[in-house]
Design a protein around this ligand. Structure first.
Ligand SMILES: NC(=O)c1ccc[n+]([C@@H]2O[C@H](COP(=O)([O-])OP(=O)(O)OC[C@H]3O[C@@H](n4cnc5c(N)ncnc54)[C@H](OP(=O)(O)O)[C@@H]3O)[C@@H](O)[C@H]2O)c1
Length: 312
């Protein structure tokens, strides 16, 4: 394909000011790949951590770096070996190349699935990083009907999806979030508990207000919640964290995340749930590509309900 793609780039680690939009040649489709004209690509906090350099040891960047994994859009080119996908198809999927915050992205055909007709692009473009982390978190704690499972960080992108997947397993979900999210969480069917000013206060609230027996814990916030879970007697092998990597060594808890569930089948299943109205993925705000700095400023406040999405 010829033409120009507008793509988010950064040339060094730093705050949001290092982000800019570059004009680059539009990628072509690999023989086993497709090019997607991106209609929506959500932002994930990990992208901010990569850009700032906070995760440079675990996830180094090479410069100039693009960014973005989640994507939904319309297929604009198809590789010679690809069958079953045509130009004009609406798809959702992901790239492993930090490249979806752009008007066009080339991906392997195995990393896109058909977008259900009724699913808004901004929801479809929010399902990979957060959705697959939620799927992995729920699977690994092995929830059984009738059990109680706590989700710490329940109002964010991963937490909101994880909580709803847990509810579908017939468990009682206790969700930790700020006061501002309590009513919405109740509407979802989650039993909300507001976090306190510090870990000790939150622990006391859980002792006072959560069911006596907490069977499992899905931590998607970090900040010492795994310690709290252990303190409350949750077995280490029923705890998963996607962010508190120190806790993996310290307590022997699970650390399953996006890559552990990243399959086209899981993407198609989540998309179907969302399209059928069985999974709510709130989109807190959308931004054009030129407002990418503002979008990240909002994400980095860490109080997003659901997702923040770029609309290239
Ligand atoms: N390992 C992996 O594969 C993987 C995958 C995805 C994400 N992650 C990581 O997991 C974390 C969550 O990702 P995300 O996309 O869900 O983030 P997010 O959407 O930005 O999460 C924001 C949420 O955090 C909540 N929050 C803020 N302070 C809190 C506190 N003290 N206690 C409990 N909740 C609090 C906020 O709720 P209130 O507004 O109510 O405070 C808000 O809804 C990030 O650190 C991300 O990097 C890891």
């Amino acid at each position: 394909m010829t033409g120009t793609t507008r793509a988010v780039r950064f040339d060094s680690y730093g705050d949001v000011d290092v982000l800019y939009v570059a004009e680059v040649p539009t990628p072509g489709a690999a023989p086993d790949g497709v090019v997607v004209e991106v209609r929506a690509a959500s932002i994930n906090p990990g992208e901010a951590a990569i850009r700032s350099g906070a995760m440079a040891e675990m996830f180094p960047a090479t410069f100039p770096s693009g960014q973005g994994s989640d994507l939904a859009g319309v297929v604009s080119a198809v590789g010679a070996q690809v069958t079953g996908i045509d130009v004009g198809d609406e798809v959702l999927g992901w790239t492993d190349e930090r490249a979806s915050h752009a008007t066009h992205v080339a991906v392997p055909a195995s990393q896109v699935v058909a977008k259900p007709a009724g699913l808004p692009f901004e929801v479809a473009g929010s399902l990979f990083v957060a959705g697959m982390a939620a799927v992995a978190s729920v699977e690994v704690v092995d929830p059984q009907p009738g059990e109680t499972v706590v989700v710490s960080g329940v109002a964010g992108g991963v937490g909101a999806i994880a909580a709803q997947l847990l509810l579908r397993r017939g468990v009682e979900v206790v969700g930790i979030a700020s006061e501002a999210n309590q009513e919405w969480l109740r509407e979802l069917g989650v039993t909300p508990i507001a976090y306190g000013a510090d870990a000790a206060e939150t622990l006391q609230r859980l002792r006072d207000d959560a069911p006596d027996k907490i069977h499992a814990w899905v931590d998607v916030f970090g900040g010492g919640y795994v310690d709290t879970a252990i303190e409350l007697g949750v077995p280490a092998d029923r705890i998963n964290t996607i962010i508190d990597f120190d806790a993996l060594q310290k307590h022997g808890v699970h650390g399953s995340g996006t890559t552990d569930a990243a399959t086209a089948d899981n993407m198609a299943a989540l998309a179907a749930l969302a399209a059928d109205g069985d999974l709510e993925v709130p989109v807190a705000a959308t931004f054009g590509l030129d407002d990418v700095r503002e979008a990240f400023r909002l994400v980095e406040q860490r109080h997003t309900r659901g997702k923040i999405v770029l609309i290239p």
